[in-house]
Design a protein around this ligand. Structure first.
Ligand SMILES: *[C@@H]1O[C@H](CO)[C@@H](O)[C@H](O)[C@H]1NC(C)=O
Ligand SMILES: *[C@@H]1O[C@H](CO)[C@@H](O)[C@H](O)[C@H]1NC(C)=O
Ligand SMILES: *[C@@H]1O[C@H](CO)[C@@H](O)[C@H](O)[C@H]1NC(C)=O
Ligand SMILES: *[C@@H]1O[C@H](CO)[C@@H](O)[C@H](O)[C@H]1NC(C)=O
Ligand SMILES: [Zn+2]
Length: 424
């Protein structure tokens, strides 16, 4: 009898675990199916930074399909069902007011070369480009407003090179926007929130159709931008302040502003941002998704994992092949297929299309010729053009003096004409 009971309970246990593992398998399959039909658009990956750091951007010496010194390679992107990736053209804050522009150009160069040399990748610059390609779409995000060297002309040229978002600050203030900090930098300490020139940068980005990224900016900068931007904005790689209270994360009032703005928080996977410690697991990360969904709705969520930009990732999400694990966890938590498709892809496409529409609506606006006020810039490493500009004022003075000569010629010509007139 006892023997039979043991058998019986073993049998029940067997069936029970069978059901559990069966449903897990089911959800794992469902996660993969969802990602196959709706490949992920990830908002932030720092592979290009690693290419510079480890290989001095010499990609001819490595195989990006199988490279394993980074968390990203092409095989893993495929396994992870990544359909589009914003590659970060990131420049260290220490290059501010020095060679930040050159360094950014070199990062754009390496991203473009990578996307051209590998047939798995295709460089695109529009929402349509993402939707049309059968390959992994490559897009560029500029990380750090210091990259434009306080120049709207420079901003426009980066747009022409294909940059489709700019993170207004990295871990340093620029002359025109305040950072959430995190770095040791001492630049422009007096800067609070967004300056008047900063609002001009925001307007110009709206006009160009460049997405504004508020990751790394101070809360006050974010609030200011949300109050004036005509287009939706994103946090390309940030998590929730209420769950891990660091300045790099998004507080509740800004989550609500994002919902109103129609924008997106693309969730960062970094352990120190999601658990405020060196350890986290998939469940810790999924809490951030649940939280934003509760406060701002599932339409306000995306993914910007920050692979190769930081070191610590949750157990089970070590590299770019692991995204389906997260999707499975969201399914376990009862997320609907449509909500997950939004998180993976559709929410971002909505934002990008709206940004493009705002650009099209503003087509009659001319490029802004506003310059940053002189006193707000640190001229120490810039050619001081003020003398040159004074010289050209003098040069126009010379032209003024040449006016009498012109007048004289006109006078002689009209005399000749008049004399001819008299004669005929
Ligand atoms: C990483 O790549 C190197 C060189 O291609 C190879 O020798 C090594 O076995 C790889 N390691 C792993 C863990 O795949
Ligand atoms: C943010 O701006 C508000 C209103 O201008 C100000 O009172 C507050 O001190 C600012 N917060 C920080 C951290 O600077
Ligand atoms: C995830 O980590 C938390 C602690 O951060 C722990 O309480 C929880 O049990 C872990 N979950 C799993 C599934 O390992
Ligand atoms: C200007 O930059 C130089 C070099 O980085 C620095 O030493 C100086 O303190 C800066 N001045 C101001 C006003 O920020
Ligand atoms: Zn970053």
């Amino acid at each position: 009898m006892v023997f039979q009971n043991v058998l019986w309970s073993k049998f029940l246990l067997c069936i029970f675990t069978q059901i559990i593992s069966c449903s897990i398998d089911d959800l794992s399959l469902r996660a993969k199916k969802l990602m196959e039909s709706t490949p992920l658009i990830d908002g932030h990956n720092d592979l290009a930074l690693q290419l510079r750091r480890i290989y001095k951007n010499r990609i001819s010496e490595i195989n990006l399909r199988t490279i394993n010194s980074t968390r990203t390679n092409l095989q893993k992107l495929k396994t992870g069902h990544v359909g589009a990736q914003f590659w970060s053209a990131y420049v260290l804050c220490s290059a501010q007011d020095k060679d930040a522009v050159r360094l950014a150009l070199e990062q754009i160069d390496v991203i473009k070369r990578m996307c051209k040399e590998y047939e798995e990748l295709e460089f695109v610059t529009s929402s349509q480009g993402i939707e049309n390609t059968k390959k992994i779409a490559c897009l560029i995000g500029l990380e750090g407003g210091h990259i434009i060297d306080s120049s709207l002309g420079t901003l426009r040229m980066f747009y022409e090179l294909g940059a489709r978002y700019m993170t207004l600050t990295h871990t340093c203030n620029t002359p025109w926007a305040e950072t959430a900090g995190g770095g040791p930098h001492n630049f422009y300490q007096g800067r609070k929130s967004l300056s008047e020139f900063g609002t001009e940068v925001v307007k110009e980005m709206n006009r160009l159709g460049m997405i504004i990224d508020l990751s790394h900016t101070s809360s006050n900068t974010s609030r200011e931008v949300l109050a004036i931007s005509k287009a939706p904005v994103i946090f390309s790689h940030s998590a929730v302040f209420a769950l891990c209270g660091i300045k790099r994360n998004v507080p509740d009032d800004i989550l609500l502003d994002i919902k109103k703005n129609g924008g997106l928080v693309m969730v960062n996977f970094h352990t120190e941002f999601i658990s405020c410690s060196k350890y986290a697991n998939i469940s810790t990360l999924a809490d951030h998704f649940d939280y934003i969904k509760k406060v701002a709705g599932p339409e306000s969520i995306g993914i910007g994992a920050d692979y190769d930009g930081v070191t610590g990732f949750p157990e089970g999400l070590e590299d770019v092949s692991k995204y389906p694990q997260l999707i499975q966890e969201l399914l376990i938590r009862g997320w609907q297929d449509e909500e997950i498709k939004g998180v993976l892809r559709k929410n971002f496409l909505r934002v990008f299309k709206k940004v493009e529409k705002v650009r099209d609506d503003l087509v009659t606006l001319r490029p802004s010729e506003v310059e940053i006020p002189e006193g707000e810039l640190n001229y120490s490493c810039r050619l001081d053009l003020r003398k040159f500009q004074q010289q050209s004022k003098k040069a126009s003075g010379v032209q003024e003096r040449s006016m009498p000569a012109f007048t004289l010629i006109t006078y002689v010509m009209s005399c000749i004409y008049f004399r001819n007139y008299i004669i005929s």
